[in-house]
Design a protein around this ligand. Structure first.
Ligand code: GLC
Length: 431
């Protein structure tokens, strides 16, 4: 085993709490939804059973209505804000463990298909996948029922944290409309663990918490939240992940003889892909977010508009995205910046407003390779590994200087490195 793989595995073990991993100790001391699913891919290379446990633990805390929460608060920890006392979600899960009341990008369908396709222990994979299949399907149905009440084919996020791209420039305008008035006094903890210049601003945090209070006042009733939320945004990246997961779940359901789940999942994916066309911007050469509260596009060139290559978008769209990514590559030392460096709001250090994230690199590289744009995919994989060599296993990196930002010894960064270094199969083989 090479040294980088050994270091990556050691980080995953360091953050392993038995049946789940924390993204990094201190800054994020609980289980996060999409971190866990993507980290399972890394575990598979050296502990296949542990990979399945990671996802099982997450889904053991699925809400009765089908939602899978963005954080599971397994053990009390005062080092994080906002904790369970702020969320107060009540008894929505079958377990007494508290969770948050919002969700995160649904990568689970994609991840379990990949785990099954590469399984060394086929019997284990089949048993685990068969149990998870209806749970993941219930989550997908939850999205289309509660986050697309008008049946447009596209789902909305109701809180910036749901996107996984917490403080993206994409959310600036819609978040402005969330008045911080009435926000309860609070003390942030994130800025005690990480450089405040790498984190969201105080004004953003007040609005994040105000939204939580708003949903809490509605008793976390998902039948009411969508229409009542002042923040309702359609994110092309989020929708592409959902479409990819539905597509992968359909393929898996076919293999496991679950015809009904296969048919419904395929239907979701087909409608989602068709609807995604409405988010395309010819002027930007990429997809854009749509503000459902105003009915207008959000003209913000972020990585959320490049991520659709992860889904089976039409070939000309994939080619246009590959060209856009190639263009960004001329101005960035390390790909892929989370926001166009030429945009005035770009911030090379502040979280999702410019820095590079390896998990997004992984999904974009996978999509590019599947669409036949191997040169761009290889550049992204190469840049990702250079970042690790130069700056270690950070949460994210400056696209120009490779400066490591946010938390360190980061679980999903390590998992992606293991994926990049020891592909069991080349991304695209599961197409
Ligand atoms: C941050 C990221 C989010 C991630 C979480 C835990 O909130 O924006 O995507 O899931 O940290 O790593």
């Amino acid at each position: 085993m090479d040294d980088m793989t050994a270091r990556a595995q050691a980080i995953m073990r360091l953050n392993d709490r038995g049946a789940y991993t924390v993204p990094t100790s201190g800054l994020y001391p609980f289980q996060w939804n999409w971190d866990s699913c993507l980290s399972a891919l890394g575990f598979q290379h050296f502990d296949e059973a542990r990979a399945w446990t990671e996802i099982d633990t997450l889904f053991a805390h699925q809400w009765e209505d089908g939602m899978v929460p963005h954080i599971v608060f397994h053990r009390p920890d005062d080092g994080y804000f906002p904790g369970p006392d702020v969320w107060r979600t009540g008894c929505m899960t079958p377990t007494p463990t508290p969770t948050t009341g919002i969700t995160q990008p649904p990568v689970a369908g994609f991840c379990i298909r990949r785990l099954v396709d590469r399984a060394a222990d086929r019997a284990l994979a089949e048993t685990r996948a068969r149990a998870l299949l209806p749970q993941i399907h219930a989550w997908h149905k939850w999205f289309y029922r509660h986050r697309d009440p008008q049946g447009t084919g596209l789902v909305a996020i109701l809180h910036p944290w749901e996107s996984g791209r917490d403080n993206s420039i994409d959310w600036d305008a819609p978040l402005e409309r969330v008045s911080p008035e009435g926000v309860e006094p609070f003390t942030r903890k994130d800025t005690t663990h990480a450089d405040p210049a790498h984190r969201p601003t105080q004004g953003q945090y007040e609005r994040y918490i105000r939204l939580v209070q708003h949903f809490r006042d509605l008793d976390w009733d998902n039948a009411r939240l969508h229409d009542a939320s002042p923040f309702r945004v359609v994110d092309p990246g989020f929708n592409a992940i959902l479409v990819r997961s539905c597509t992968d779940l359909a393929a898996l359901a076919d293999d496991l003889g679950e015809a009904e789940i296969a048919a419904r999942s395929r239907e979701f994916a087909t409608r989602g892909l068709a609807a995604m066309e409405s988010l395309w911007s010819e002027a930007r050469g990429q997809y854009l977010c749509h503000d459902r509260a105003t009915g207008r596009a959000i003209d913000s060139p972020s990585i959320g508009g490049l991520l659709p290559v992860f889904a089976a978008i039409p070939a000309p769209r994939a080619a246009a995205l590959a060209a856009r990514i190639a263009h960004l590559g001329e101005g960035a030392e390390y790909m892929v910046p989370s926001h166009d460096p030429a945009a005035p709001e770009f911030d090379s250090l502040r979280y999702w407003r410019g820095p590079v994230w390896l998990i997004v690199n992984y999904m974009i590289a996978d999509g590019l390779a599947r669409a036949g744009h191997g040169v761009q995919a290889d550049r992204i994989v190469g840049d990702s590994l250079r970042l690790i060599r130069e700056s270690g296993f950070a949460e994210y990196y400056d696209t120009h200087t490779a400066e490591p930002c946010g938390g360190s010894t980061f679980t999903w960064t390590a998992a992606m490195v293991i994926e990049f270094l020891t592909p069991i199969s080349r991304p695209g083989d599961t197409a």
